[in-house]
Design a protein around this ligand. Structure first.
Ligand SMILES: NC(=O)c1ccc[n+]([C@@H]2O[C@H](COP(=O)([O-])OP(=O)(O)OC[C@H]3O[C@@H](n4cnc5c(N)ncnc54)[C@H](O)[C@@H]3O)[C@@H](O)[C@H]2O)c1
Ligand SMILES: O=C(O)C(=O)C[C@@H](O)[C@H](O)[C@H](O)COP(=O)(O)O
Ligand SMILES: [Zn+2]
Length: 373
């Protein structure tokens, strides 16, 4: 089926294709209201005797039964496993709960895993799918804004290590992404803001006009206006699909999606995961990375206040926790982009363009002194 034909079979949904290996592989991202209860969302996935829904204690009471009802039309058995909720549980113990359930239910190598939840559930389900019997299919059903605009797309899967964020994982693509915008109705305002951090990220790194659009439409996004959310999710997925389509395994270009993350991951790991949300750490990290972009002469001075104002308006923190400069530097040397102990930051090189840069420690210390409590 071509993307055009598929689009016609989907009622109100938007369809963003992601094309890998020059069309040899790929999948669709479906975006729209009511997709959870829409039979066509679930049609045409690989045939299997069973499905396993992976979710958590918070999301399952809200959406599990509806997903199960749809999947029961296609799979003779639909099981579920609920993981503890939170970034601090994105670890081996939770991952093992998925393997335990797969084995208890004698799931075979065709069993399809469905990740119903935010980025934590998506990252862990994808990792489990990549490993179980050396690989089974999985589908992303993202229910947070962050997961709909970012984590469900592109095939990065992982768990955290106490010494480093997302340090253990695999590149493993889902078979489909189904983003029902209505699930965002039940999200807390804090989690909505966390998702906006990754929305904002796409502007400076890839699309200056989108940054302008976010500035104009931020209040509508914060008020959960459905058409504003639909546009934001679609545009973010288009940009991510464009980046991942060119560089699936982060040999170069894909690193731009890490804007703000070198500082952000240091905050998350430094605080022990969960105290700051990923989106909050990335928001604050983007303030720091914007400042570094200015200090290295890559961006004009007005870029920093522009980014800081937008991130603050989105309800995100703009002052980092007082971990101490040395601790920040030590944590950032563990970042996956570091090479030979040299920290490499994704910095903005002009609105809509980003690249990787090293920076003298003294300059980074000045950035930290300016933006940390
Ligand atoms: N793989 C990637 O490319 C990628 C990209 C960005 C972030 N991530 C990862 O994603 C994670 C962050 O994802 P997140 O922000 O979605 O956090 P999350 O998965 O922890 O979800 C946030 C909170 O919202 C709850 N929740 C989820 N959906 C809900 C709904 N519809 N209504 C009410 N509550 C709901 C969850 O139970 C949780 O408490 C981090 O671990 C981060 O590293 C991965
Ligand atoms: O998809 C990517 O590539 C990203 O970098 C998206 C990020 O928002 C996401 O947080 C990702 O998990 C970070 O990747 P990591 O390789 O730095 O762990
Ligand atoms: Zn991120």
């Amino acid at each position: 089926m071509t993307a055009d034909t598929r689009q016609k079979t989907l009622n109100q949904a938007q369809l963003v294709p992601i094309v890998l290996d020059e069309g040899q592989r790929g999948y669709d991202i479906l975006i729209g209201s009511g997709l959870l209860d829409e039979p066509s969302s679930w049609q045409g996935l690989s045939k299997a005797a069973s499905a396993l829904i992976v979710s958590n204690e918070t999301v399952a009471p809200l959406y599990l039964q509806r997903l199960r009802a749809q999947l029961s039309k296609y799979y003779a058995r639909v099981d579920a496993v609920l993981l503890p909720d939170g970034e601090q549980f994105k670890d081996w113990a939770s991952l093992n709960l998925i393997f335990d359930r797969l084995l208890e239910t004698a799931s075979d190598r065709k069993t399809v895993l469905f990740a119903l939840g935010g980025g934590v559930i998506g990252d862990m389900t994808g990792f489990a799918a990549s490993v179980y019997m050396r690989g089974v299919p999985f589908v992303q059903v993202p229910t947070t804004l962050l997961a709909q605009v970012d984590s469900s797309v592109g095939g990065k899967t992982a768990i955290n290590h106490p010494l480093g964020k997302n340090m253990l994982g695999a590149f493993y693509q889902p078979a489909r992404v189904i983003a029902d915008l209505d699930t965002l109705d039940t999200l807390s305002q804090r989690e909505l803001s966390a998702g906006l951090a990754e929305v904002i990220k796409y502007g400076p790194i890839a699309d200056a006009a989108f940054l302008d659009w976010i500035e104009v439409n931020l209040d509508a996004l914060l008020a959960r206006d459905k058409s504003a959310l639909a546009y934001a999710v679609k545009r973010c997925c288009e940009i991510k699909a464009w980046v991942v389509g060119q560089d699936e395994r982060e040999q170069g270009l894909r690193a731009i999606l890490n804007f703000g993350h070198t500082f952000g991951h240091a905050i998350e790991t430094g605080l022990g995961y969960g105290e700051w949300l990923h989106g909050e750490a990335v928001g604050c990290g983007m303030v720091m990375a914007s400042d570094l972009s200015v200090r290295l002469g890559l961006m004009p001075a007005e870029f920093l206040p522009r980014m800081r104002a937008l991130i603050e308006r989105a309800g995100l923190p703009v002052v980092g926790p007082p971990l101490g400069a040395q601790r920040y530097l030590d944590l950032m040397r563990v970042d996956k982009k570091a090479e030979g102990g040299e920290i490499r930051f994704v910095l903005v090189e002009g609105l809509g363009k980003a690249g990787m840069h090293a920076a003298p420690d003294e300059l980074v210390e000045m950035v930290l002194a300016t933006h940390c409590a």
